[in-house]
Design a protein around this ligand. Structure first.
Ligand code: GAL
Length: 317
């Protein structure tokens, strides 16, 4: 009888929010974010906590959110503390994806499911346990969309008319697959459209606005009017690059193109105003809800898929 009641409860929960409800023992959830000082991950984290508490009914005191401060050693301590505290599930945005294997081994031994978000571990690491999954967006798609936006401009990205698309690439943290794929697939999309491309400059800006501005300023002073396009792996760096473009007396969409990824509100407004050529919506709402739903499913003992994908969306004027 008890089992039946538990089953009925679990079903009720599914109807409420993917799975959880206050009627079952509320789960203890450990969330580790690679660094709070990241525009996009701040939106993601806030929506994740809002959804878990307001929509899924998990009491706020059951949720612990830690700032890894971009330091894997510090974050490993935080994860170890979650395990020692016997949380029911962890939602992890690793500082370094390469630490996934050791995290999975520890969590699996303790029987704690792990939902990885934002920084995709390699499949062979996910294969180490049945109670782990990755929730994210396929970064190849975001890169492809950036390249397509450029290829779809009236002069097909060759704004200075010299016959090639001469570009600057400002990368995120290159350990991160988002940075690798966006860098690769934005250019691949241009080539697939039959365009000739020429890389003038490529450097890491680590997702950071100030670094984006500095790198764009350096590229602009080095290559001046030769530059047709500045690709940034995210919007924060595109905001920085925009400032450098203004400072260099250049005008976006008139003599240079500028691309980001994330679709931060500020950038969305700038795309509308013609100050940034385009961006790609990195759906933090869809991703955070999917991650929370997966976490609550795992707590209820449901089997997880290995991957949950959320689409990017192309954003132009
Ligand atoms: C990317 C996002 C970046 C940054 C990064 C952190 O998906 O576009 O802005 O937040 O994740 O890993």
């Amino acid at each position: 009888m008890k089992k039946i009641i538990a089953l009925v409860m679990a079903l009720l929960v599914v109807m409420l929010c993917g799975v959880a409800s206050a009627e079952t023992a509320a789960p203890k959830i450990g969330i580790a974010i690679y660094q709070f000082a990241d525009n996009f991950m701040t939106l993601y984290r806030e929506e994740l906590v809002r959804y878990l508490t307001e929509d899924c009914g998990v009491p706020a005191e059951n949720i612990t959110v830690m700032d890894g401060k971009n330091d894997q050693a510090e974050q490993t301590n935080q994860i170890d503390a979650f395990i020692a505290d016997n949380v029911d599930v962890m939602i992890l945005n690793l500082v370094q994806s390469s630490s996934a294997a050791s995290v999975i081994q520890k969590a699996d031994a303790a029987g704690i499911p792990v939902i990885f978000i934002n920084r995709e571990p390699v499949k062979e690491d996910l294969d180490l346990s049945e109670i782990v999954c990755y929730v994210g967006a396929d970064a190849r798609q975001s890169g492809t969309f950036q390249g397509e936006i450029v290829a779809e401009t009236e002069n097909k990205g060759d704004i200075n008319g010299n016959g090639t698309v001469d570009y600057v690439m400002i990368m995120g943290d290159p350990e991160n697959i988002d940075a690798q794929y966006r860098t690769e697939y934005s250019i691949k999309a241009l080539e697939d459209a039959g365009l000739t491309v020429n890389k003038l400059f490529e450097q890491r800006g680590d997702w950071d606005q100030t670094k984006g501005q500095e790198l764009a300023a350096t590229a602009l002073s080095q290559y001046g009017n030769d530059i047709d396009v500045i690709f940034c792996n995210n919007d924060a760096m595109a905001l920085g690059a925009y400032q450098a473009i203004v400072d260099a007396g250049r005008v976006v969409n008139e003599d240079i193109y500028l691309l980001g990824v994330d679709c931060l509100d500020e950038v969305k407004a700038m795309v509308e105003a013609g100050q940034i050529t385009g961006t790609v919506l990195n759906d933090h709402v869809g991703q955070s809800h999917t991650a929370a739903d997966a976490a609550l499913k795992a707590v209820a003992g449901e089997k997880l898929e290995q991957y949950y994908w959320v689409d990017y969306v192309k954003v132009t004027k």
